[in-house]
Write a protein that binds this ligand. Structure first.
Ligand SMILES: Cc1cc2nc3c(=O)[nH]c(=O)nc-3n(C[C@H](O)[C@H](O)[C@H](O)COP(=O)(O)OP(=O)(O)OC[C@H]3O[C@@H](n4cnc5c(N)ncnc54)[C@H](O)[C@@H]3O)c2cc1C
Length: 431
């Protein structure tokens, strides 16, 4: 082990491994420190991995990475207690190279990604917790680990320690996340034969589908549920803002059981044998919660920097992209031989010019809008279900009468003025 590295990466998740791969590939000496038994051991994702961000790093990675299924169809359900209004988009183009996205198991994928980093020259140290950054004269110069004689030194430390982000909090880059800035998600892997999955989801052999579910699946709390198809497993999960879970005193596993017993969901997962159960936080603070990203000798990437687009359930691609951009800034600083916040600030600049910060900015008020206006999930989704139920139930009542009934029921709960106002606010939050 060298006395000092060019870079230390804390956390072998999507963001940390992306940074390590890029820097090691450019010849920098890099060590990745991971607290889990192996990379991916502690990482949870639904999980849809997007092709484009990974491909920037490893062209045609899908030819060798352990992936589950390319996703060819994305479905969306607006769920009420006994029904759902559903829509979907299916593209044949997504069934062919270069694909759009894939379902993955992070336990497998992260181990493969870490092997690629090691092949590129990075050292991966598992089962080691970084307890703090070593700061000298206002500059991060290394990390203190829980191993005896476990101090390591480097020109730059990349904080890729995930959503809890203990280290950047210690540095004063942000305060403890508020419960409304994180969602608590629980999920299960259910084992089923691949032919059964393909038949139930109407898929060609080897192809995959995703379902995102809004409304009753979270009992109206801000969040979503999901069902993703893997080769021989279905991932099913649900997450909602921690603040609302606490307020409503809901137990997360009860939320998952409720979802699994819904009449729309039950047939899809019938006889699925539970093999794994996970619970994990997801950053939900969005643009307004992004902390300080750069300091002297240090950068923050991925979930640790709140880089998750909850509206589009994108996190892994933001993590990989931020890791890559941080690495590019460090490589540049390495050439200049200086590692203060000024040299490293090209990371922040490039992140702000990338889709990462632009997308977070676009949706910066969306989560807050749903949190402060529960009617979007609690009233409008049931209205939509009720309206379609009325119009599509053939019972001898005229469609004029049905339309009148729908209108009356909606107006009993919301005035025309508040409907217009809600529509405007929703448009403003996503425009
Ligand atoms: C239930 C769920 C479903 C999701 N679904 C999707 C999805 O479908 N698509 C998508 O794109 N995103 C999804 N996400 C989000 C996505 O998983 C994250 O955005 C992404 O994993 C972030 O990567 P990261 O490297 O920043 O953090 P992580 O992947 O969490 O990695 C952080 C790593 O740091 C390690 N670590 C932490 N602290 C220390 C320390 N002090 N010392 C040493 N090691 C440490 C951890 O063990 C971990 O390996 C989902 C998240 C959850 C919870």
């Amino acid at each position: 082990m060298p006395d000092k590295f060019d870079a230390i990466v804390v956390g072998a998740g999507a963001a940390g491994l992306a940074a390590a791969y890029k820097m090691a590939g450019e010849g920098l000496s890099v060590v990745v420190i991971e607290r889990g038994d192996y990379p991916g051991a502690k990482n949870v994702m639904g999980g849809v991995l997007y092709r484009s961000a990974m491909e920037e790093l490893i062209p045609e990675f899908w030819k060798e990475a352990p992936l589950q299924r390319p996703v060819v169809e994305q479905r969306f359900w607006l769920m009420d207690s006994q029904s759902a209004v559903t829509t979907s988009y299916k593209a044949q183009e997504w069934a062919r190279e270069p694909y759009n996205c894939f379902t993955v198991f992070r336990g497998q994928f992260d181990q493969w990604f870490a092997r690629k980093c090691a092949e590129a020259g990075a050292i991966i140290i598992n089962e080691t917790l970084v307890e703090s950054c070593i700061v000298e004269n206002g500059r991060v110069v290394g990390v203190r680990t829980n191993r005896p004689e476990g101090d390591l030194y480097a020109n730059v430390v990349v904080l890729a320690d995930g959503v809890n982000s203990m280290l950047s909090k210690q540095l004063g880059f942000h305060k403890e996340w508020e419960p409304r800035q994180v969602a608590l998600a629980v999920m299960e892997e259910l084992k089923l034969p691949s032919e059964v999955i393909e038949e139930r989801f109407n898929l060609d052999p080897g192809m995959g589908a995703t379902i995102e579910i809004y409304g009753d699946s979270t009992l109206g709390m801000v969040g979503t549920a999901f069902i993703y198809t893997n080769k021989e497993h279905i991932s099913i999960g649900v997450g909602a803002l921690l603040s609302q879970i606490r307020q409503r005193k809901v137990r997360p596993y009860e939320l998952l059981e409720y979802l699994k017993s819904h009449p729309m969901v039950r047939p899809l997962i019938k006889n699925g044998k539970p093999v794994e159960y996970y619970a994990h936080l997801i950053p939900e603070g969005g643009y307004n919660a992004v902390p300080q990203l750069v300091g002297n000798g240090v950068v923050v990437v991925g979930d640790a920097a709140q880089l998750v687009n909850g509206i589009h359930r994108e996190g892994s691609n933001l993590a990989v992209t931020s890791g890559r951009l941080a690495a590019e800034a460090i490589i540049r600083a390495h050439k200049m031989g200086a590692f203060t916040a000024r040299e490293l600030s090209t990371y922040e600049e490039n992140l702000r010019n990338s889709f990462v910060m632009k997308d977070l900015k676009k949706y910066k008020n969306a989560s807050h809008l749903l949190e402060t206006n529960p009617q979007y999930l609690n009233e409008y989704i049931p209205f939509t279900n009720m309206a379609l139920h009325e119009m599509l139930t053939v019972d001898g009542i005229s469609k004029w009468q049905k339309q009148k009934t729908i209108k009356e029921r909606v107006l009993q709960q919301r005035s025309l003025f508040s409907l217009g106002k809600d529509l405007y606010k929703a448009w403003k939050a996503v425009k």
